[in-house]
Design a protein around this ligand. Structure first.
Ligand SMILES: Cc1cc2nc3c(=O)[nH]c(=O)nc-3n(C[C@H](O)[C@H](O)[C@H](O)COP(=O)(O)OP(=O)(O)OC[C@H]3O[C@@H](n4cnc5c(N)ncnc54)[C@H](O)[C@@H]3O)c2cc1C
Ligand code: SF4
Length: 330
């Protein structure tokens, strides 16, 4: 690991105003330290935000049906919150099914949504070709690499790396908003606008400026007791999703009044299946309708020989998640 400076500012304002080029925030450190050891991320300065203002950004607050969560809330704390589990189980499921207990205890939800891809060529600097790590160098995955885990939605001819996280699929489905403290003061951003497609610039993963600090996530309408996160992976623990679905339903008798769908393991960014949602709204909650919506969700998929199975797997995951959600109380 390369030498770096370490700062521990007392306040969020100090963290942002004293930010210098080459610095990087560090919350639980479970992504940062990995990537620094691998020499993929090389910050000259680490800004430790884990203890900012004695826990001011570690909170879970309900106000009616609105939920606001501090960005420094540990994954475990949010996953284990009784009200969250009862009122919006997909948020809790997505965290419980991620990583390991030790990582969930250390990691904070702000760092979680900004975790980097697990593409092996991104994480191994002995590969020269990686447009995400080294813009313009090519893509070892597309150039004959192993692509079983790569994305089938939102890809470009420059990068097909999968967005690896789970929690973000629930946030995007719930229309979450990201609260940010930047050099010009506080602002907010739709969670759906936080991550960007790889297109020509896979190295640019979010719309944040380097000094932007995420301080909270808010969800105006978080009351979805009939919701779940279904994650399919190679082994049942401590593995990233091959395909996952965050699904939420509101029923009016037998008719779907509202539906939310976030797809994981299959796309380059947290993926909202809006067209599939539109096809379901106002119709019956049947397996045939869910299968039709899944076809719509994956209509634009682009595959390699090795990851083509993700289209069928992704559809089946979505249908099963919706069927199980429909059987829930709510
Ligand atoms: C072996 C292993 C298995 C894993 N499995 C899964 C899994 O199955 N599912 C899953 O979802 N995740 C998984 N993870 C990823 C893990 O959940 C993330 O590493 C973790 O959530 C990141 O949070 P952190 O607080 O440690 O972030 P850090 O490592 O501290 O930071 C991550 C990034 O976010 C930035 N950052 C952090 N906080 C902020 C903030 N408030 N504002 C602005 N920038 C910020 C940092 O600069 C850095 O770039 C796994 C990780 C490991 C090591
Ligand atoms: S898929 Fe993306 S991250 Fe992986 S090697 Fe290609 S450019 Fe790099």
């Amino acid at each position: 690991m390369r030498p770096f400076h370490y700062d521990k500012p007392a306040t969020a304002t100090d963290a942002v105003t004293n930010f210098r080029p080459g610095a990087q925030y560090f919350a639980g450190g479970t992504t940062m330290v990995d990537l620094m050891k691998l020499d993929v991320m090389k910050p000259a300065r680490l800004i430790d935000i884990s203890g900012l203002e004695k826990g001011r950004y570690d909170f879970i607050k309900w106000s009616g049906k609105s939920l606001r969560i501090g960005a420094l809330t540990p994954m475990t704390k949010l996953a284990d919150d009784d009200k969250v589990r009862a009122r919006v189980p997909m948020l809790s499921d997505a965290l419980w099914l991620a990583a390991s207990p030790q990582i969930r205890n250390m990691a904070r939800i702000g760092g979680n949504v900004l975790q980097r891809t697990r593409c092996p060529y991104f994480r191994d600097t002995s590969y020269e070709q990686c447009n995400k790590r080294k813009p313009g160098s090519g893509c070892a995955a597309l150039d004959g690499g192993v692509t079983r885990h790569h994305a089938v939605l939102g890809t470009s001819d420059k990068c097909i790396a999968t967005y690896p996280g789970d929690f973000a699929q629930a946030l995007v489905a719930l229309d979450a908003v990201v609260e940010i403290l930047g050099e010009d003061g506080p602002r907010s951003l739709r969670f759906a606008d936080l991550h960007v497609l790889p297109e020509a610039r896979p190295d640019r993963e979010t719309t944040l400026a380097p000094s932007d600090l995420i301080i909270a996530f808010s969800i105006e309408d978080a009351d979805f007791p009939r919701s779940k996160y279904l994650k399919i992976r190679d082994r049942e623990s401590y593995a990233y999703a091959l395909a996952s679905t965050a699904s939420a339903l509101r029923m009016d008798g037998n008719t779907i009044a509202d539906v939310r769908l976030g797809l994981g393991g299959v796309a380059t960014t947290p993926w909202r299946a809006r067209e599939a949602e539109a096809a379901l709204r106002g119709g019956p909650a049947t397996e045939a309708q869910f299968a039709r919506a899944a076809d719509i969700a994956f209509a634009g998929a682009s595959t390699t020989d090795e990851n083509a199975f993700k289209v069928e797997l992704g559809k089946r995951t979505m249908v099963r998640s919706l069927l199980e959600t429909a059987r829930m109380e709510g």
